[in-house]
Design a protein around this ligand. Structure first.
Ligand code: HEM
Length: 593
C-alpha cells in the first residue's frame, strides 16, 4: 500500500517548514505525475508546432549530430552534473562545432565554432537571453540586478553600473586594495605555516629516528586526511575588495561582522531556487535557509540604507582625489548634482541613474558582490568564486611551471624590491610603488593571468535562449532554442600560436601583432559582447595585485603526494574549480613569528 502523507509532513521530513497546508499526496505518485505532465507538455509543444522553414543552405537542428540518447532521458544518463562541462567539451571535439545534447526530451544546441561563439555574445541580450529561470529567481528573491536582468531593465542598469567600473575609475582603487593585500599576505603566511607543518609531519627527518640499525624507521607519514581544499584566504581578499569598492571605503564595520559567512546562504538559496521550477518560497514554504536568506537580505538592505541616510556629501566634496565608492557615485548621480557627478566621472551614467530606485541600487550592489566574489550560475546549481578560483588556478599553474614562476619573481622583485625588503612594506609604501595602471606595470604577471584564463576560465560555457529566429554559424535556430556557447573550445580551435593546450604566458608577449590581436579577440574568460563582465578591470587589478605583491613572495610548489593520491582535476558545476590541487607556499623571506 502506498503510504499517504501530507505535504507538510513531507516537507518537515526534508527540513522544510510550511504554512498550514493540508494537501494529501504520495511522494512517488507526485513526482511521477509532475515529470509525466511536464514531459507530455514539452513533447506536445515541440511536436505540435508547425515547423518553420529554414533559410536556404542552412542546417537545421534536426541535421545536427548528437551523442546516443535513451528514451525520455535523452543524454542525461551519461553524465552527472559535476562533469557536465568536461562531457560537453569532449563531445564538442568529437561531434564538431554544432551538435545536440538532450536534457531529457529537451534538445540543447551546443556551439563551439569561434564564429558562432562570437555571434552568440554579440546577440545578447536582445536576441538571446539567459536561459532557465535566472531572471525570475532573482526578481522573486528581491535581488534583481545586472546579471539577472533582461531587456530594457538590463540596458538601464548597465548604463549606470558600467561607468562605475571603468578602467579609469578602477585605477583609482589601488589605494583601496593595498590594505587588503597586506591582509592577504598575513593569511598566506598562516596557510604556508599550516601546509609546512603537514609536510614536516609527512616527512619527518630521518636523522631524528631512533632504533637499531636493522629497524625499519617510518620515514613517511603521509595522511591524505590532513589535506583540506580551501581557498578562504583568496575568498576573504576578493570579498573585502568588492565590498570596499562597492560601498564601504575601508569602513567594514558598516556591515555585520558575519556578512562574509552570511553571503554563502544567499548563493546556496538562489542556486536551489533556480533548480526548482516554481517560486515555492513566495507561497509561505520556507526552509531554515530561506528564512536566513530573508534575514541576510533585510540586514544588507538595512545597512545600505543606513549608509545612504548617514552619508555626508561634504566628505566627498572635500576629498576629490578619493575614489568614490559605487554607492557614493550612484547616490550623487541620483541627486543630479552636476558638479559632483562630473568630478566622480559618472556624468554618462547620470541620465540613467535619475530613474534609479533605492531597490535598484541595492540589487545591483548585491549583484556586484555576487558576480565579483562568487560567479553564481544558478542555472545548474553551480557556485564557484570567480576571483578566488582564478587565483587558485593561477597558483596551481605556477607550481607546475617553475620557469614561469621564476620569471614572475624576476618581474616583481625588479619593480617592488627583493622579498626580504618588500615583505615588510606598509600600505603607504606599497601604494607609492604602484603606477596608475598596475596591470600595465606588470606585463609578465598579466600574461600569466591571461594564459591561465585561456586554459581554465571560470566560465568556459555560457548558456542562452533565443528570443528570435537566428542563424548562428550557418545553423538555423528557431526562437525559443536553448544554446550553450563553449567559449574555451572555440578559442582553442582558432588558437593562433603553437601548442594550444600548453601553459605558455609568452604567447601573450612574444607573438606577432596579428597573433596577439587574435588572442585578445578569442579571450572570452570575461565573456564578450554587450554583456561582457563589467568587473573585468577591477578583477584584473585584484589579480595582478595579489600575484605581484603577495603570491610572488612565496615559492609555490605542489605538495609531494604518492601516485595513489587523487589526480588534480577541473571540478565542475558549470564553472571551473580546481580539485585536489594541494600546494606548498615556501616564503622567500624570513617570516616574523
Ligand atoms: C576573475 C574574476 C571574474 C571573472 C573571471 C568574471 C567573469 C565573468 C563572465 C564570464 C561574465 C559573463 C557571464 C555571462 O554573460 O553569462 C561576467 C559577468 C558579470 N560580471 Fe564578472 N567576472 C569576474 C569578476 C567580476 C567582478 C569583480 C565584478 C563586479 C564588480 C563582476 C561583475 C559582473 C557582472 C555584474 C556581470 C553581468 C554582466 C551583464 O550581464 O551585463 N565580475 N563575469
Amino acid at each position: 500500500m502506498v503510504k499517504m502523507l501530507s505535504l507538510e509532513d513531507a516537507m518537515d521530513k526534508l527540513g522544510i517548514v510550511t504554512d498550514s497546508r493540508n494537501i494529501q499526496i504520495s511522494n512517488t505518485t507526485a513526482v511521477a505525475g509532475v515529470v509525466s505532465i511536464a514531459t507530455a507538455i514539452t513533447l506536445y509543444k515541440m511536436y505540435s508546432k508547425p515547423k518553420k522553414p529554414s533559410p536556404a543552405g542552412c542546417k537545421t537542428i534536426k541535421d545536427l549530430p548528437n551523442p546516443p540518447t535513451r528514451f525520455l532521458l535523452g543524454n542525461l544518463y551519461q553524465v552527472g552534473l559535476k562533469e557536465i562541462l568536461s562531457t560537453l567539451e569532449n563531445y564538442a571535439w568529437k561531434y564538431g562545432t554544432a551538435y545536440n545534447y538532450f536534457f531529457g526530451p529537451w534538445p540543447i544546441v551546443i556551439l563551439s565554432s569561434p564564429a558562432a561563439v562570437d555571434q552568440f555574445f554579440k546577440e545578447r541580450p536582445h536576441n538571446i537571453r539567459r536561459s532557465f529561470n535566472t531572471e525570475k529567481v532573482f526578481e522573486d528573491s528581491n535581488i534583481a540586478g545586472l546579471f539577472s536582468m533582461e531587456g530594457e531593465q538590463w540596458r538601464h542598469s548597465r548604463n549606470w553600473m558600467a561607468p562605475q567600473l571603468t578602467h579609469a575609475k578602477v585605477n583609482k582603487a589601488s589605494r583601496v586594495i593595498t590594505n587588503h593585500l597586506l591582509a592577504l599576505k598575513s593569511d598566506m603566511e598562516q596557510r604556508s605555516k599550516r601546509n609546512e607543518g603537514i609536510h614536516q609531519k609527512w616527512f619527518p627527518r630521518t636523522d631524528q629516528q631512533t632504533g637499531s640499525s636493522d629497524a625499519w624507521p617510518e620515514t613517511v607519514r603521509y595522511d591524505p586526511d590532513d589535506l583540506v581544499h580551501e581557498i578562504t584566504a583568496y575568498r576573504h581578499y576578493a570579498f573585502s575588495v568588492i565590498v570596499d569598492f562597492a560601498f564601504a571605503h575601508d569602513n567594514s564595520n558598516l556591515f555585520s561582522p558575519t556578512l562574509f559567512e552570511d553571503m554563502k546562504v544567499i548563493f546556496d538559496v538562489v542556486r536551489r531556487r533556480a533548480a526548482i521550477p516554481f517560486s515555492y518560497w513566495k507561497y509561505g514554504i520556507r526552509t531554515a535557509s530561506d528564512r536566513k536568506f530573508d534575514q541576510v537580505i533585510a540586514d544588507l538592505k538595512g545597512s545600505i540604507k543606513h549608509i545612504i541616510d548617514n552619508y555626508n556629501p561634504e566628505d566627498f566634496k572635500n576629498d576629490s582625489d578619493k575614489m568614490s565608492t559605487m554607492l557614493e557615485s550612484l547616490w550623487f548621480a541620483a541627486q543630479e548634482d552636476d558638479a559632483i557627478t562630473e568630478r566622480s566621472g559618472i556624468s554618462t551614467a547620470r541620465k540613467a541613474a535619475k530613474r534609479v530606485s533605492i531597490d535598484d541600487v541595492i540589487g545591483n550592489l548585491i549583484t556586484a558582490i555576487i558576480a565579483g566574489y562568487v560567479n553564481n550560475s544558478p542555472n545548474f546549481g553551480a557556485s564557484s568564486d570567480t576571483t578566488s578560483n582564478t587565483l587558485h588556478i593561477i597558483t596551481y599553474f605556477l607550481s607546475c611551471h617553475p620557469e614561469v614562476q621564476r620569471k614572475l619573481h624576476e618581474e616583481t622583485d625588479r619593480i617592488l624590491g627583493r622579498p626580504e625588503k618588500r615583505a615588510n612594506y606598509t600600505a603607504e609604501e606599497l601604494y607609492a610603488l604602484f603606477e596608475v595602471d598596475i596591470v600595465k606595470q606588470f606585463p609578465y604577471t598579466w600574461a600569466v593571468i591571461q594564459e591561465s584564463n585561456r586554459l581554465m576560465p571560470v566560465a568556459a560555457l555560457i548558456d542562452g535562449k533565443l528570443t528570435k529566429d537566428l542563424v548562428l554559424d550557418n545553423v538555423f535556430l528557431p526562437k525559443g532554442t536553448t544554446v550553450f556557447a563553449m567559449s574555451r573550445v572555440a578559442a582553442f580551435r582558432a588558437c593562433p600560436t603553437p601548442e594550444p593546450f600548453k601553459f605558455k604566458p609568452e604567447r601573450w608577449i612574444e607573438s606577432t601583432p596579428e597573433q596577439r590581436r587574435l588572442h585578445e579577440k578569442l579571450s572570452w574568460g570575461f565573456g564578450g559582447g554587450p554583456r561582457v563582465c563589467p568587473g573585468r578591470h577591477l578583477a584584473g587589478m585584484e589579480l595582478v595585485g595579489a600575484l605581484a605583491v603577495v603570491i610572488s613572495l612565496f615559492d609555490v610548489q605542489p605538495m609531494e603526494e604518492p601516485f595513489s593520491a587523487p589526480n588534480v582535476i577541473e571540478g565542475m558545476d558549470l564553472t571551473s574549480l580546481l580539485l585536489n590541487a594541494n600546494l606548498r607556499y615556501l616564503p622567500r623571506y624570513q617570516v616574523q613569528q
